[in-house]
Design a protein around this ligand. Structure first.
Ligand SMILES: NC(=O)c1ccc[n+]([C@@H]2O[C@H](COP(=O)([O-])OP(=O)(O)OC[C@H]3O[C@@H](n4cnc5c(N)ncnc54)[C@H](O)[C@@H]3O)[C@@H](O)[C@H]2O)c1
Length: 312
């Protein structure tokens, strides 16, 4: 039977991937150092998976975790742009050295395919839209540099070390289990939490910056599809919904769903923030037949419902 190793499996995206693999009847192991991930994210299927508390910066940990793995879905990382500005070395260690360790351990254990969670942040403050994989990346934060360097490692391992890899550049993922509570949290869970508590919504910059927000199920599907397709070997693909949603649009939609007005509190722009992300996903559509199934609005409603039911 195939065994799937999900690094960062207790995190937001990782735990959503694990949930889907369990629904498919697959054998799953995770490795997570629980720096950001939570055991509660796995509570519905904890007895069906193997959990390794370990750190991808430590080669022995990841080597043990990769033993007998057929597929590796590599999600573990220090995730936030502002956090990486505060701690560039942490981003480097977790995201570059950590990924190199995951690649080496996968190679050593004869893994069939590794899928890497890259990021739209590699495009930087690019002024060419929609963003295609062929554009020259120009990262503007330590996080983006680290995600790009690790992506290069993945492509190189496919070419030089014979370990098939696919890198997926996720565009602003959102959905159930995304944490709202940290100063480094992503915008949608933060907005939802404030909106549900009828508190002013803190908007950095003017709120007109736009993102190609992507519901997490679309990212989960892309990971599984890329792992199972040899056509994706050595490739880099954008994963997005091809929508441009501003922060003010999100607040407007939340007002529509909740049926009450929300106060906007404007704050300064954060270092490393870009004005716009907007993906071209024609490459993965053409090569793998991928299609995002859940639209932004449907995904936002599902996420709001999850927060209503799961956070007190
Ligand atoms: N959320 C997004 O919008 C987004 C966008 C682009 C790319 N990504 C990438 O997707 C991946 C998952 O992101 P997420 O939003 O689920 O973040 P997350 O922080 O919820 O998940 C990351 C997980 O990795 C774990 N982790 C961190 N460092 C580790 C280490 N050294 N060893 C072992 N485990 C470690 C954390 O505890 C956490 O559970 C990351 O690689 C991130 O860079 C996310």
């Amino acid at each position: 039977m195939n065994m799937w190793l999900v690094t960062g499996g207790a995190g937001f995206i990782g735990s959503n991937i694990v949930e889907e693999l369990i629904k498919m009847g697959e054998k799953v192991r995770i490795i997570d150092n629980f720096s950001a991930g939570k055991i509660e994210n796995l509570s519905d299927f904890q007895d069906k998976i193997e959990i390794i508390k370990g750190d991808i910066r430590n080669y022995d940990d990841i080597r043990k975790a990769a033993k007998d793995a057929t597929y590796v879905l590599h999600q573990a990382a220090m995730r936030s742009v502002p956090k990486s500005v505060d701690d560039p070395r942490g981003a480097n260690d977790n995201n570059i050295t950590g990924t190199l360790n995951v690649l080496m351990a996968s190679k050593e254990n004869g893994v069939k395919k590794l899928v890497y969670a890259s990021s739209s942040s590699v495009y930087g403050d690019c002024k060419v839209f929609p963003q295609k994989e062929s554009l020259c990346p120009s990262p503007i934060s330590p996080y983006a540099v680290s995600k790009l360097a690790a992506e290069h490692y993945c492509v190189m391992f496919s070419k030089t070390f014979g370990l098939p890899t696919t890198s997926l550049r996720y565009f602003n993922v959102f959905g159930p289990k995304q944490p709202p509570e940290s100063m480094y949290s992503a915008v949608i869970p933060k907005f939802i939490e404030l909106a549900l508590n009828k508190k002013p919504i803190e908007v950095h910059w003017d709120g007109k910056q736009t993102r190609d927000f992507t519901y997490v199920k679309n990212v989960v599907d892309a990971n599984i599809m890329a792992a199972l397709s040899s056509k994706a070997d050595g490739k880099v693909y954008n994963i997005a919904c091809q929508s441009t949603i501003s922060l003010l649009d999100i607040i407007g939609l939340l007002e529509k769903f909740l049926g009450y007005k929300l106060e906007r509190k404007f704050m300064p722009k954060r270092a490393g923030d870009v004005r716009k992300t907007w993906a071209d996903i024609s490459l993965i559509k053409k090569e793998l037949g991928y299609k995002p199934k859940i639209s932004f609005e449907e995904g936002l409603l599902k996420t709001l419902e999850w927060f209503k039911n799961n956070r007190g």
